[in-house]
Design a binder for this molecule. Structure first.
Ligand SMILES: *[C@@H]1O[C@H](CO)[C@@H](O)[C@H](O)[C@H]1NC(C)=O
Ligand SMILES: *[C@@H]1O[C@H](CO)[C@@H](O)[C@H](O)[C@H]1NC(C)=O
Length: 117
């Protein structure tokens, strides 16, 4: 009885690992962006600020993307550090996550943007 319980637990652990691994693979790994000066990357940062301004009245002005990461496993997602100018003239770095939609209608879909302005 004790042995079969242990075997059951061991089997469950193996199943858990097998089940968990593909999920991680589908999620993909964030890779650093080689060259953030790429106009396409800068355009996505600008798009993120534009989309954020639609849903808040922060009135941010895009300055530049300073760094970022990209993930290409299920569509192309970017996690960008965006330098933006606030209404009072000070710069702040915001983190924006966008889905690249340049092959579709709009340039990007904003997933998250923070911190609050
Ligand atoms: C990065 O991209 C920009 C714009 O396309 C280009 O002018 C610059 O030479 C690139 N830098 C490197 C290191 O590849
Ligand atoms: C602009 O506003 C932010 C948030 O209220 C504040 O932290 C920052 O110090 C201000 N900067 C200037 C130049 O007034």
């Amino acid at each position: 009885m004790r042995t079969s319980l242990l075997l059951f637990l061991a089997g469950a652990a193996v199943l858990y690992v097998v089940a968990a691994t593909p999920t991680a693979a589908v999620g993909g790994e964030w890779q650093p962006i080689g060259n953030v000066s790429d106009p396409h990357v800068q355009g996505l940062g600008k798009c993120a600020v534009y989309e954020q301004n639609k849903v808040t009245n922060c009135g941010l002005m895009f300055a530049k993307v300073v760094s970022g990461k990209v993930q290409t496993s299920s569509g192309t997602r970017y996690l960008l550090d965006v330098d933006a100018l606030r209404l009072n003239g000070s710069h702040k770095i915001y983190q924006a996550e966008v889905v690249d939609q340049s092959s579709g209608g709009s340039a990007c879909k904003l997933v998250s943007f923070g911190p609050n302005c």
